[in-house]
Each structure stands twice: as structure tokens, then as C-alpha cells.
Design a protein around this ligand. Sequence first.
Ligand SMILES: Nc1nc2c(c(=O)[nH]1)N[C@H]1C(S)=C(S)[C@@H](COP(=O)(O)O)O[C@H]1N2
Ligand SMILES: [Mo]
Length: 252
Amino acid sequence: MSGLSRRRLIVNGLWAAASVSGVGAMIHVAGRNGLIPPDHTGLFGVGETLTYAAQRVVAGDLALAREFSRNDISSVIPVNGPPPETDTYQRLLDTEFRDWRLQVDGLVARPRSFSLPDLKGYPAHTQITHQACEEGWSFIAEWTGVRLSHVLELVGVDARARYVVFFPFDQFWESIDMADALHPQTFLAYGMNGQELPLEHGAPLRLRVARQLGYKSIKYLSRILVTESMAGFGKGLGGASPEAGYSWWAGI
Ligand SMILES: Nc1nc2c(c(=O)[nH]1)N[C@H]1C(S)=C(S)[C@@H](COP(=O)(O)O)O[C@H]1N2
Ligand SMILES: [Mo]
């Protein structure tokens, strides 16, 4: 079945289930199609599942975030989340990230770590996109990096994989689903506005998830883990933000 007709089928199923038997049945249809977010039982609960499932189905997995031109790049770029103060991060910073490695493991065939030169050796992509913080401010910037899909391909993602989890050098962690992980605008960025990624914007490497709010774009990356379930990570809700009451899926 083509992606489109599968989507239409799921949309029809979601609507039919919701109108005939109420929300419970709609959740059932969403679950059978892998459309239950990890914070389903969280603060927003059922509402979260309806938003996530409906967006996923209607927008499709490949909908692109808008890209801008160089003239649109913001002159003022706010920061949320200063560089980690941990000894580990400060030591890496002192040696200009020479010893920094990105560990990639979990449900993958070939777990390994990547140095910055490793990542810079892969095909580089650039995007000028909008990043919006849940606090109400936003900016447009140009990011340069390697697609997350490229790195995931190198390590070989297991067919059971459903989420990719991102751990930085601070306490802030997040996860995204495979659709966003493999999306062409999901980047591991080491450059910003034509320069090395500035310290306060996540050096040496940050995630950029173009179709979700800023808090999903984890800075100061240390480890990426592929998993089938978010149970066992923190409170099982999929990230630090949902644990603080924000929604796991922060699509815009
Ligand atoms: N590791 C880490 N990543 C993070 C944060 C953080 O505190 N720590 N803050 C997030 C939030 S809330 C936003 S809006 C963006 C801000 O990115 P910027 O500082 O480059 O503007 O980074 C996100 N990534
Ligand atoms: Mo944010």
C-alpha cells in the first residue's frame, strides 16, 4: 500500500473510531499504528495522543519545515541553556574538544563513537530554519552539519527501533521518533551562521529538529541511543521536558 493510501486509511480509522465509539477507540487505532507518544499517560494524556497521531497522519512523515534565505538570518540570537559546568565538559572545552566523542549505541548493529573530524568528513548539509522556544522567542539561523539519518545508517538501526534518545553533558535530555530521526532536516550541527557552532549554542555538536520546538534541539551532545521503548529512561515520558510538564511531541 502506498504511504498516502495508508495514511488516508489511518485518518479514516481515527475519525471513525472517535465518532462511533469515542476517544478510547481512537486511542486503540492510534496504538495499532505506532502513534502513541511516550507521554501518553502524562499531564496532557489523551490529548497528547490525539494531537500527535493526527499530526503524524495528516502531515505525513516527510513534511518539510520552511527554509529561509541568508537575508532572513536573525541579528539577535538568544540562548537558552548555558554551557554545562561539569568537570567532564570543561576538560573537553579546555582541549578544544580534541578528546570529545559522540557515542552512538542501543538497538544498533555496530555501536561506535565518532570524533568531530569523523562527523565533518561525512556529506555536509546546510539549512536556514526557524527555531522557536516554548518561552515565546524565536530566531532564524543557518546550521551546518551531518544528517542524523547518515550516522544512523552507519551504525545500522535495528528494525525494532522506535525512538532515538539524546544525552548532553547537562541534565537536559530528549527523544524523538524514527520518523523525525530519519527526516532529511534532522541534523547534527557543528556549524552555525558560517562559523563553528558557538559555545553557548551547543558546542561541539547539537541536534536540530526543524519541525519541533527548540527544547527538542539538544545542545552539547554526548551520546545518542536507539531504543524500542522509553520505559526505563527517567520517568518513561521520553525526556526532561515532558517530565517538567511540556509535551514530548513539540511539533510546530
Ligand atoms: N543540552 C541542552 N540542550 C538544550 C537546552 C539546554 O538547556 N541544554 N535548552 C533547550 C531549549 S529550551 C531551547 S529553546 C534551545 C535553545 O537553543 P539556543 O540556546 O541555541 O538558542 O536549546 C535547547 N537545547
Ligand atoms: Mo526553549
